[in-house]
Design a protein around this ligand. Structure first.
Ligand code: SF4
Length: 64
């Protein structure tokens, strides 16, 4: 699984990086960013799906 954040949609609410801090972080402006190249460790996949479903801006995209 890989994950990305569309920076044009993200409004920085922070749900992703507070829910899955091993995968997401915030940049200097408080916008969500993906750590590394976006490859999701197997033990984080469920959390990342939860983040995708709960992002208020629909900014998180998952590819399998
Ligand atoms: S939850 Fe969505 S809107 Fe909020 S910081 Fe993460 S990607 Fe951005």
């Amino acid at each position: 699984m890989k994950v990305s954040i569309d920076p044009d949609k993200c409004e920085g609410h922070g749900r992703c990086f507070s829910t899955a801090p091993a995968v997401f972080d915030s940049d200097d402006l408080g916008q969500g960013i993906v750590i590394g190249d976006g490859t999701v460790p197997a033990d984080q996949e469920e959390l990342v799906r939860l983040c995708e479903q709960n992002c208020p801006e629909y900014a998180i995209e998952i590819t399998e």
